[in-house]
Structure formats: structure tokens, C-alpha cells
Design a protein around this ligand. Structure first.
Ligand code: ZN
Length: 145
């Protein structure tokens, strides 16, 4: 199912861990609604990154999958409100976080994680975008500046 011009439901629910461990990662209707809003946000990010291909490594995670990958119990991934991605033809995760943080895009959090990928989350429907930029690595969590 296509959720936006360049993002599909399959892409935002795919998981190597789920496939390997036989974990069901089927989203509910409510989650699919959030994934549509997430795909729209990713579409805007794609335009911001000069329309370069975004490679999503993790979108929706069912509670069982989230536990299997060691995600936070309150993770926005579990609501279909977050995606981890890279965009190597645009630049490094740092380049991407810098571009998103400086943009006028609406988002909840953009996080440079372990200098390897970017985590982007959007607010629940009707909530104000917090637009918080963070770095998470071995030293912990801090503001992106
Ligand atoms: Zn994430």
C-alpha cells in the first residue's frame, strides 16, 4: 500500500528482526493512520534533502518487535509515529539532522543516533510539533547544537 509518493506501508513495517524471529509486525488501523502522517513527513524530508532516496531501516514496531530490538517501552515507533533512516546520497546523519533542525518542517524529535542513522518522530494527531533536536550516543543524550 502506497502511503505517499515515495513511501509504502511495506517499507514502514519491514523488519529483518521480525522476519528472522517470526514476529508479527502487522499495524492496526490507528497505527496505519499515523504511518500515513509519518510518510507525509518523510516526503517533506525527502524534498528538503534534494529529493534524494531515503532508506528507512525501522518504522513501525509492534510491542513484541520493539522488545526484541531493545527499544524504549514508550517508543514512538510503537505508535507508527517514528522512522529511522539514512540518506547517503545526501550526506551523513549529522548533515541530515542539521538540515532538518534548521528547516521549517513540523516534527516532534530529530535525533542523530550513534552517528549511524537519523530518528525522526512526528507528534500525535492534533499535538504541537516540539521540534527537538538531540544526539544520542555512548555518552548519553544531549541537545543537538
Ligand atoms: Zn528510532
Amino acid at each position: 500500500m502506497r502511503l505517499s509518493e515515495n513511501f509504502s506501508l511495506e517499507e514502514l513495517t519491514a523488519s529483518e528482526t521480525a522476519a528472522r524471529k517470526g514476529i508479527d509486525n502487522t499495524p492496526s488501523e490507528e497505527v496505519i493512520n499515523n504511518l500515513k502522517r509519518l510518510a507525509a513527513a518523510l516526503q517533506e524530508v525527502r524534498a528538503l534533502l534534494n529529493h534524494r532516496a531515503i532508506l528507512v531501516s525501522s518504522g513501525y514496531r509492534s510491542p513484541e518487535l520493539n522488545q526484541a530490538v531493545g527499544g524504549s517501552a514508550t517508543s514512538d515507533h510503537c505508535k507508527g509515529l517514528a522512522a529511522d533512516f539514512i540518506c547517503p546520497s545526501y550526506g551523513t546523519p549529522n548533515d541530515i539532522v542539521r538540515a532538518i533542525a534548521a528547516s521549517g518542517l513540523s516534527f516532534k524529535q530529530v535525533i542523530r543516533e550513534f552517528d549511524r542513522w537519523v530518528h525522526l518522530s512526528i507528534p500525535e494527531e492534533g499535538q504541537e510539533p516540539r521540534k527537538q533536536a538531540l544526539i544520542i550516543d555512548r555518552q548519553g543524550t544531549r541537545a543537538y547544537v
